[in-house]
Ligand binder design. Structure first.
Ligand code: F0G
Length: 467
């Protein structure tokens, strides 16, 4: 069913549940102890101590019965498996790219692309790099340059496409430094910038500038289906197009893509690198063999390839996208009604609380978004993730610079939670909003040199998280 019966307004989960997984209730005291044991880092919690887990939408979704059936069909031949050809055909059917290299997840595709296309001193512009993309660009000695549109930093602005790239800034960069820019990337939706979509007009404009200068454009397409749906509902001229038609048009403006299939591949693991350039594809395949596996499985089991071949299509179903985007929007509405500031408008996969606005008394040097995510766990058993100065504050030279935004992301696993879970979340977050004056900051006790948010340990900067 692609258009709901217009007499009824309730948007329902477009599935019924065949297998259930119990979730475990804990007491506030138990959660206080769990936080202490975890060094106030939610990544270090045992996940069965979490009631509602919104740490990420990556690999955490529920697969469909068709995907599970596909898994039984998985052919585990080392080379030339029919499961690979089904995967390849699904990816080519949507993206149109010539070469499809499966990888075990998105960052492997990024690492391979960076290792074959970049050299030290290069610059890679992106609307906003995700943390692993940034780390992979920097790992080869290149600079990851974010060029978001100015409204991306204004969490209250209702602009519909705050994920867009600043095309004029890109034009200037290429006019001055063309020889240092081996490729341009565009992340759809813009995860680190609040899950905001990129408009088709922006993709087209970025592509035109790239083509004028002969620079290939790569799309980080983890959430291509959600972006397509937001184009359909927000960009004039696309209302009558299907998400699939919109996705295919978007890819037609690019020369390649990296994908974490743990998002809009609807899988628990997987990814790909897809591209048109034959020579670059050959170099990438050599890298793939070195670290991932033979080019027809690339670090995945045959059954994973089958599940993803089905998942890429399911992610584009309009009734699924309508329910998903609406669930996120609904939580956003409930939080705004409770006077909790969020990034507006809500985007694809997550609600982002604006911790700087919620906790103006906590200085950025005490990581307000990190502290808030700890309080949400303490009070309600909800796990979220900080996207702020812990994630982005440490510079490649080791100095510290506050991130432009201090966000707490509540990412929705796909097809996993229901309406009552979302109502519970709204209640917990509204409660934490009502005690905002009592929230205090945190300080870092120990941290690794890169990607510190995963393993750093913290303590309350003033004795406890709440006064
Ligand atoms: N690009 C974007 C935009 C992402 O959001 C992610 C992962 C990746 C690349 C890397 O993919 O995890 O499969 O290696 N994002 C997850 C998240 C981890 O929570 O947003 P991966």
């Amino acid at each position: 069913m692609n258009s709901p019966d217009s007499r009824f307004k309730t948007i329902i989960e477009p599935f019924r549940i065949k297998a259930v997984e119990p979730i475990r209730f804990t007491t506030r005291d138990e959660r206080q102890r769990a936080l202490e044991d975890a060094g106030y880092n939610l990544f270090a919690l045992h996940s069965d101590d979490v009631l509602i887990d919104l740490l990420t939408d990556s690999g955490t979704g529920a697969m469909s019965s068709a995907q599970w059936a596909g898994m039984m069909r998985g052919d585990e031949s080392y080379a030339g498996s029919p499961s690979f050809y089904r995967f390849e055909s699904a990816v080519k059917g949507i993206t149109g790219f010539e070469h499809v290299l499966p990888t075990h997840q998105g960052r492997a595709a990024e690492r391979i692309l960076c290792s074959v296309a970049l050299k030290p001193g290069d610059i890679v512009p992106n609307n906003t790099h995700f943390d692993t993309t940034r780390a992979n660009v920097e790992a080869v000695g290149a600079t990851a340059l974010d060029l978001p549109v100015p409204e991306a930093r204004d969490t209250g602005s209702l602009a519909p496409f705050k994920g867009n790239m600043d095309v004029e800034a890109l034009r200037r960069l290429l006019a001055e430094r063309r020889e240092s820019v081996p490729l341009v990337m565009l992340t759809v939706t813009n995860n680190s910038g609040g899950g905001q979509p990129v408009s088709m007009a922006n993709v087209r404009a970025v592509s035109a500038v790239c083509r004028e200068h002969g620079v290939p454009l790569f799309i980080d397409c983890c959430r291509y289906a959600e972006n397509a749906y937001l184009v359909k509902t927000r960009e004039p001229g696309y209302e009558d197009k299907s998400p699939r038609e919109i996705a295919t048009e978007m890819f037609s403006y690019a020369d390649g893509a990296t994908m974490s299939a743990k998002k809009d591949g609807m899988g628990n693991i997987g990814g790909f690198l897809a591209l048109n350039d034959d020579a670059l594809a050959q170099a990438a395949r050599n890298q793939l063999i070195l670290t991932e596996g033979f080019p027809t499985y690339g670090g995945l089991a045959g059954y994973d390839l089958e599940a993803l071949a089905v998942g890429f299509e399911e992610a584009l179903h309009e009734d699924y996208l309508r329910y998903r985007i609406r669930s996120v929007e609904y939580l956003g509405e409930r939080l705004l009604a409770a006077d909790v500031p969020i990034v507006r408008p809500t985007g694809g996969h997550a609600v982002y609380i604006d911790a700087k606005a919620l906790l103006p008394a906590v200085p950025q040097t005490e990581y307000p978004a990190w502290a808030l995510s700890c309080v949400l766990y303490l009070e309600g058993g909800v796990r979220s993730v900080e996207i702020g100065s812990v994630m982005f504050g440490r510079q490649p030279d080791g100095t510290e610079k506050p991130a432009p935004l201090e966000l707490v992301r509540l990412a929705f696993p796909r097809r996993t939670y229901t309406q009552s879970h979302v109502d519970y979340l709204a209640e917990v977050i509204a409660y934490v909003g009502s005690i905002r004056e009592r929230v205090r900051g945190v300080r870092i006790v120990s941290a690794p040199p890169v990607l510190r948010h995963f393993t750093a340990r913290f303590e309350p900067a003033h004795g406890s998280l709440l006064t």
